[in-house]
Design a protein around this ligand. Structure first.
Ligand SMILES: [Zn+2]
Length: 404
């Protein structure tokens, strides 16, 4: 059956132009057509959303489903059983969907649980967003986030680790190119996996048609990751102009995750986050904003990601990242593109989701008001469809809670 969704405004995820009083026709989970200011064909069901904006479901390119925004989430995961962590993942996945996020990329999960979540969503066992899952992140021994993944030293060991994650069902690969904010015996700037190690990993992932995300903060680590041929730089806070130019030329995407630093600096003290996290957050907070401004200025491809799950930053908070992008000089439609079509391209899903076009999956978000002029309207969720199936309701950001 065809269902016609009519709204006062339609943003297709690509163009600057907003269609007024347009209709999106959906059949069997796919978009059939977008009719500008037309009346829907008779016979089908009509859902009139009134003074709402219809846009593609949002895409968060950097999450950790096993974490629930507590002061030291990895301690929580270490102390609880696997079944409880899996249920935690399920709850976090649902939070994304309710916030209008219909696709996520999980870039590091204890025991590779994100792969199971991806399958559960695919099988219809779990209501959640579509998940592109890295499974276990790959770090050097003792490297950043080793507890979210596996350790590998030397090119052949990294090659084996990537092959193993792909065998387990990973649909992307995550490599740790530098230290990070999280972790007490490391600095964000210090390089970790080498060019040779990452190159072997990238080669295996690309052979299998999968993309590689590299966690990297400093110019040295970003440079190593670029030389190895990764597809995206995660965080990238200390990037300089030469490196930005290099990323623009190679088409390597930046996922700046600025909102996590704001969340950790605002909520870290009250949550009781350890001193080392608070100190390093302060160092990265401003740098990450400069990195985003530089990316805008130089034309580096950008995709939106939150790093949600980290201390003080619950799941379903992509609108916070898009709001920061607007505060730092992106236009609202530009920020919306970073959180829809650009993120879809980075995830290798550009042909399926991220924009409203005939033949694409019917991942639709309707919000009250107009996010193309006021990005905060994204918080007023009226309707969320994934593959044409609805999770309806109204959820405000505050009801999502912190640190459970
Ligand atoms: Zn992360």
């Amino acid at each position: 059956m065809t269902i016609a969704y009519r709204a006062a405004r339609v943003f297709d995820g690509l163009s600057e132009q907003i269609l007024q009083n347009a209709v999106v026709l959906v059949e069997d989970g796919l978009i059939v057509s977008i009719e500008p200011a037309g009346s829907p064909p008779s016979g089908g069901e009509v859902v009139d959303l009134g003074d709402a904006t219809l846009l593609p479901g949002l895409i968060d390119a950097h999450v950790h489903l096993v974490w629930s925004a507590s002061a030291e989430p990895h301690e929580v995961v270490q102390q609880e059983g696997l079944a409880l962590t899996a249920l935690r993942c399920a709850n976090n996945a649902a939070l994304h969907l309710r916030a209008g996020v219909t696709t996520i990329r999980d870039v590091g999960a204890t025991d590779g649980l994100s792969i199971d979540v991806a399958r559960a969503v695919e099988l219809g066992v779990l209501p959640g967003p579509r998940v592109i899952a890295a499974g276990r992140a790959i770090a050097m021994t003792g490297g950043h986030g080793w507890f979210l993944g596996r350790e590998a030293d030397g090119a052949e060991a990294v090659r084996h680790a990537v092959r193993s994650e792909l065998k387990a069902g990973a649909t992307c690969i995550k490599l740790m190119a530098s230290g990070g904010v999280y972790g007490h015996a490391e600095e964000p700037g210090s390089p970790q996996l080498t060019v040779e190690e990452m190159h072997a990993g990238v080669e295996e992932a690309h052979k299998a048609g999968r993309k590689v995300a590299a966690h990297a903060y400093s110019v040295a680590a970003i440079g190593n990751a670029l030389e190895a041929g990764v597809d995206s730089i995660e965080h990238g806070s200390f990037i300089d102009r030469d490196t930005a130019e290099r990323m623009r030329e190679s088409g390597t995407c930046l996922v700046p995750t600025m909102s996590v630093y704001r969340a950790m600096s605002e909520k870290g003290p009250e949550l009781g986050a350890p001193e080392y996290i608070r100190r390093k957050t302060a160092e990265v907070l401003e740098a990450s904003r400069d990195a985003f401004r530089l990316a805008l200025e130089t034309g580096v491809p950008v995709a939106a990601g939150t790093d949600c799950g980290a201390p003080g930053h619950p799941h379903g908070t992509l609108p916070d990242e898009l709001r920061l992008m607007v505060e730092l000089g992106a236009s609202p439609t530009q920020a919306l593109r970073f959180g829809t079509s650009a993120a879809a391209d980075l995830l290798g899903l550009g042909d399926e989701v991220g924009s409203l076009q005939p033949g694409k999956r019917a991942d639709l978000l309707a919000v009250d008001g107009d996010p193309t002029s006021d990005i905060l309207a994204l918080r007023e969720v009226r309707m969320v469809l994934r593959d044409g199936c609805g999770v309806e309701g109204k959820y405000s950001r505050d009801e999502l809670g912190v640190g459970f």
